[in-house]
Design a binder for this molecule. Sequence first.
Ligand code: AMP
Ligand code: MG
Length: 343
Amino acid sequence: MRRFMPGLRPLVLCLLALGPGARVYAQQPATASQVLRLMGCRFELTAVATTDTIAWQAIRAGVAEIQRIERLISSWDENSQTSAINRNAGVQPMRVDRELYDLIYRAKKVSQLTHGAFDISFASMDKIWHFDGTMLSLPTPEAVAEARQYINWQDIELNPTAQTVFLRRAGMKIGFGAIGKGYAANRAKALLQALPGVQGGLVNASGDLISWGTPPTDAGWVIKIADPKNKHQVLGWLQIGDMAVVTSGDYERYLEFDGVRYAHIIDPRTGYPTTGIKSVTVVCPDAELADALATSVFVLGKTAGLELVNQLKGVACLIVTDDDELFSSTDLQLNYYSSSTNN
Ligand code: AMP
Ligand code: MG
């Protein structure tokens, strides 16, 4: 574990976007970039291509792909296959598209890897915890315990032959809030990458981002990390190639009761939201894995979280605690603007 100097107190973490609005540059190669709302959050797509037309075609294809994925995995949309699985909890297995089946299969693998810290069946807690400013007091321990008993990734039954998903117990519910944006970013990237004439790009799903190939300028793909104390100041930056950089931790979505700050991530062991960590950034080649791991580290906490990340080849992370202290895994390549830091 590398601990940073107390002088570097302030935390992170909004990844600064590359720029506002939609625009096209006249140079070669051509770059198109668009910001829009998808999956209930801010997305930015950038495509570098041989011509403007191709760059814009790529952006449109990426947007359509993300919208398609949203229709499949949303647990808010009653018509999605995910909602059908939830409605049939304890009733019957549901046949779903291979794509959704595989996503759930991979989510269960992350549960296994994290000893249940990551669990898409956290969603049974939806009715207890609300992170929209409407909660005025903590729920009763009885209410938390009652809802918590339905969290168990091992009760998500998958049948590969029938391609069905069955939540074994009535009251169970799944949700992809911790992995869906990363998955969508991966898929949009793969689609753009396969288009003839597209040389590089970036998909940024509200801080879950992945880049690849030729960058828009000689500066390369530079991911800036803002100092949350002053959003206009940059704390440090990462120079990345084909890589995902994913941040969990939304400063507007937390609860505070009796001086305790609760993040919007549920600890499946207790049914309570996690405490102690403000944000986690994970860097690895896969946005879906990075997304799932960033959420997992919140639950595991600083020590166990860093231990896990340090065991995973090609994965690095940065943790900001509630005390505004920074901790990183052993191989994080973060650059600092300030010369007083011990990077
Ligand atoms: P992220 O911002 O990627 O960390 O995702 C946070 C979202 O993941 C929450 O808003 C929930 O929808 C969902 N979630 C909360 N707790 C868990 C958990 N323990 N495992 C998986 N998903 C979770
Ligand atoms: Mg996540």
